[in-house]
Design a protein around this ligand. Structure first.
Ligand code: PNW
Length: 456
């Protein structure tokens, strides 16, 4: 189609949106203020040995008090969209189920300030900070009661913010908080459940997503859009020939069976269900309908490929090729630097599921970020990372893959989960003693990209 035809290899579609992202527990701090209840991340980070240097999110970036000046940073970048998450336990602090007015007031103020500065708010409802009482009462995501509670919370948020927030993401990264929190035990709540219980946790997670989609639709106007922010597993054809591309597509459905595939298709793949033997997750047809409620867009968090794929003459039709030991990573050891992941993630999602609207809800690089004596940060590796990844995103949009916008992770350095403050993804460096923010060289780079709407 001619409106997608772009004749150079740097420009993005005219209406493309550029922004940045954060999450509540990683930036807000003020963990006991204005009636906020505790979340599983408060509990987890307060246990010695769980987090690098025993860091916590008690204060974090103090975004709760500094959001106005941080919005000026977004403006300085010339960004027009901002993705933040809402702290569930600020709004429903305890088991009484009574909302805390001061909790929602914070988000009212944040949203109003964003809009006053010409920045569209995109709100994520769940970025891993489950209210502690739900973990205690129901074992958290092990129970469908938590999925239902999430639906009620979504309804409340939609009623209160839906007049101004026109874009919602239900859940951020099922795979990370479920596999690492309930499987490997290295994220909150620190559980190591056996596979059959994990299958149920995954199901309860996608069910919560579906209930929230329905709750948002029932409690806001027709102009409110809803999707999710999924860190899908990404199958990259190791050599980009036709048979490997076909094999990678087959792999995509299987490696995403427990999350994106069931959400977009309304059923689990046969292979996935078989993998549980005699103990598959318990679910109903009705639940599958809820889980696959139609979405307005799909958000993708893309950092690295998870599977390198080659076509094979076996039952599956593909083979997974190992990453070379010398495969380059950022300072996050899981973050393989492979820009083509951004192309293939979006291209596969369009081709397999015919998705009509996508956002890159996260992409970014962690770097060493040394600050010079005069407070300059020459994060040239991040600039190179961005140039290469954005080139692959441009490749996708120029072929008509319907990506509408991009959120850099993250606006500023923040509480990087078990790595505490030792791993940094920001465009702004933060001195956590003084709470001063310093633009990195990549902030300058990203401003150029956002201003010119092209890879620079
Ligand atoms: C995502 N891993 O997390 C999250 O959505 C952000 O909150 C986070 O800060 C960002 O990516 C950077 O890490 C991940 O260990 C955390 O594979 C850990 C992993 C993946 C994603």
């Amino acid at each position: 189609k001619s409106d997608h035809l772009i004749l150079d290899n740097t420009s993005f579609p005219a209406d493309f949106l550029w922004g940045t992202a954060t999450a509540a527990y990683q930036v807000e701090g003020a963990y006991k203020e204005d009636g906020r209840g505790l979340s599983i991340w408060d509990t987890f980070s307060h246990i010695k040995g769980n987090i690098k240097n025993n860091d916590t999110g008690d204060v974090a970036n103090d975004f709760y008090h500094r959001y106005k000046s941080d919005i000026q940073l977004m403006k300085d970048l010339n960004t027009k969209i901002f993705r933040f998450s809402i702290s569930w336990s600020r709004i429903f602090p305890d088991a009484t189920g009574k909302p805390n007015q001061k909790g929602i007031d914070f988000y009212n103020k944040l949203v109003d300030e964003l809009l006053a500065n010409g920045i569209q708010p995109f709100a994520t409802l769940y970025h891993w900070d489950l209210p502690q009482y739900l973990q205690d009462k129901y074992k958290g995501w092990e129970s469908k009661e938590t999925s239902k509670a999430f639906g009620d919370y979504a309804a409340y948020v939609a009623r209160n913010l839906g007049d101004r927030v026109k874009n919602f993401f239900t859940i951020n990264e099922f795979r990370t908080f479920i596999e690492l929190g309930y499987g490997a035990g290295v994220f909150a709540p620190g559980l190591k459940l056996p596979e059959e219980k994990l299958g149920q946790v995954r199901h309860n997670g996608v069910l919560a997503h579906g209930l929230a989609v329905q709750a948002i639709r029932a409690n806001s106007g027709a102009d409110v859009k809803v999707g999710l922010a999924d860190n899908l597993s990404i199958a990259v054809p190791v050599i980009e020939n036709e048979k490997n591309i076909k094999a990678a597509k087959i792999a995509m459905r299987e490696i995403n069976a427990s999350y994106l595939t069931v959400i977009l298709e309304g059923k689990y793949t046969e292979n996935y269900l078989k993998s549980f033997g005699k103990n598959p997750p318990k679910f109903t047809e009705e639940e599958l309908k809820i889980i696959s409620s139609p979405l307005d867009f799909v958000g993708l968090n893309v950092y690295n490929p998870t599977h390198l794929i080659e076509a094979a003459d076996n039952k599956l039709g593909y083979e997974v090729i190992p990453f070379a030991k010398s495969f380059p990573t950022t300072t996050s050891k899981w973050e393989y630097i492979a820009p083509e992941a951004l192309y293939w993630a979006t291209k596969h999602v369009k081709d397999i599921w015919n998705v009509k609207e996508m956002y890159i809800t996260e992409n970014g690089s962690s770097s060493t970020d040394e600050r010079t004596a005069d407070n300059k940060i020459y994060d040239t590796d991040r600039i190179s990372f961005l140039r290469n990844y954005l080139t692959q995103l441009q490749r996708a949009t120029s072929e008509g893959v319907p990506v509408k916008g991009y959120f850099y992770w993250s606006l500023m350095d923040n509480f990087e989960w078990t790595s505490g403050y030792s791993i940094t993804f920001g465009l702004y460096n933060v001195d956590f003693k003084t709470q001063k923010r310093f633009p990195k060289l990549s902030a300058e780079y990203y401003k150029e990209v956002a201003t010119n709407n092209k890879v620079m």
